[in-house]
Ligand binder design. Structure first.
Ligand code: FDA
Length: 307
């Protein structure tokens, strides 16, 4: 019940100001967003890759309102690529981007987001890695898929995310599986109406399995984005039945969530990628993590009270 309330709060400027300024927030936020700058996260990249894990890096800050902020977001990613190129980690460190941060919601946003994301994809390719386009709320997805198609003409490794809670996703998955895309499947983290999305956990989980089967049986590269133990073992079984080798799909989880499971899967020989977010504008990302597990909210509130 708390999840939708927290997601509604994630869109409120008043709550943003209140929570961002709360004295103990930072220490709670650090669990999910372990740094503010590239320099903060380079040691984390070295540490996690040294443990056999792979990463996808996300610079937080989706709530931009001007083209200048969108350009700054692009530049933040370019700095990241520049900083990690000497580590020579190739696809072991890729990037995840939210097109809203590149200007998608502004006037002329589709073209602006494409123009801003392209140099990031080019820079990533130049150091032997790639970019995945995150999925945001359902109103943004036609534009995201069109940008994905456009980028794939020159950079076929560009990935995208699909969300099991949306009714449209089974059709999207069939299309992407047939055209050989890299696709991360997640349950979905936004507040969506019943007209477009399943509201019930069981229905979402069943849809996840149907969609994952489509991806596994298709031509692309499935990325299983979930911490759900049941879906992880179903994913392994579907991959086995589809005759996929261990390097023909991967698992992905968020930094700070079920970290021991990251290491367990990697030790079993799986490709395990940790989605690692950093930056100062962490509010939206942080609130979605609270909404996914209301126990996180209790921990957050307790830490404020005990201060
Ligand atoms: P579920 O929510 O059922 O959680 C299973 C178990 O995992 C829980 O019981 C708990 O133990 C643990 N867990 C899950 N979330 C937790 C949390 N926040 N704090 C502590 N424990 C937690 N969404 C989206 O809409 N667009 C996107 O682009 C992405 N990208 C993305 C990338 C990656 C790598 C992941 C793993 C997830 C996303 N998501 C996302 C988020 C996704 O939609 C979903 O909200 C979360 O993954 C939670 O769903 P689970 O599949 O983990 O299952």
């Amino acid at each position: 019940m708390l999840g939708p309330v927290i997601l509604a709060a994630s869109r409120s400027d008043r709550m943003r100001r209140l929570i961002s300024a709360a004295p103990v927030t930072k220490q709670v936020v650090d669990r999910f967003i372990p740094g503010e700058t590239v320099d903060d996260v380079v040691p984390i990249i070295e540490d996690l890759t040294g443990s056999g894990l792979e990463l996808t890096m996300d610079v937080v800050g989706e709530d931009i309102t001007t083209p200048e902020q969108a350009a700054a977001a692009r530049d933040a990613y370019l700095r990241l690529v520049d900083r990690i190129k000497d580590l020579e980690l190739g696809t072991r460190v890729e990037m995840s981007v939210k097109l809203s941060m590149f200007g998608q919601a502004l006037e002329g946003g589709h073209e602006l987001a494409l123009a801003n994301v392209r140099p990031v994809v080019e820079a990533a390719a130049a150091i032997g890695t790639t970019v995945t386009l995150d999925a945001e709320d359902h109103t943004t997805l036609d534009s995201m898929f069109a940008i994905h198609d456009e980028l794939r003409k020159d950079f076929p490794q560009t990935g995208c995310v699909i969300q099991a809670y949306l009714y449209r996703t089974e059709a999207d998955a069939r299309r992407l599986a047939a055209n050989g895309s890299r696709v991360r499947l997640v349950k979905g983290a936004y507040k969506e109406p019943a007209e477009v999305a399943y509201q019930n956990k069981q229905e979402i989980d069943k849809a996840y399995v149907r969609i994952l089967r489509t991806l596994m049986e298709g031509e692309g590269y499935p990325m299983i984005g979930s911490h759900d133990p049941r879906l992880i073992s179903i994913g392994q079984e579907l991959a086995r039945r589809a005759g996929r080798k261990l390097d023909e799909y991967e698992f992905q989880m968020l930094y700070g969530i079920r970290s021991e499971e990251h290491l367990r899967l990697a030790a079993e020989g799986h490709r395990m990628r940790v989605y690692t977010a950093y930056g100062t504008d962490w509010y939206g990302y942080f609130m979605r993590r609270l909404a996914e597990k209301p126990a996180n909210l209790r921990f957050f509130v307790r830490s404020m009270i005990s201060k």
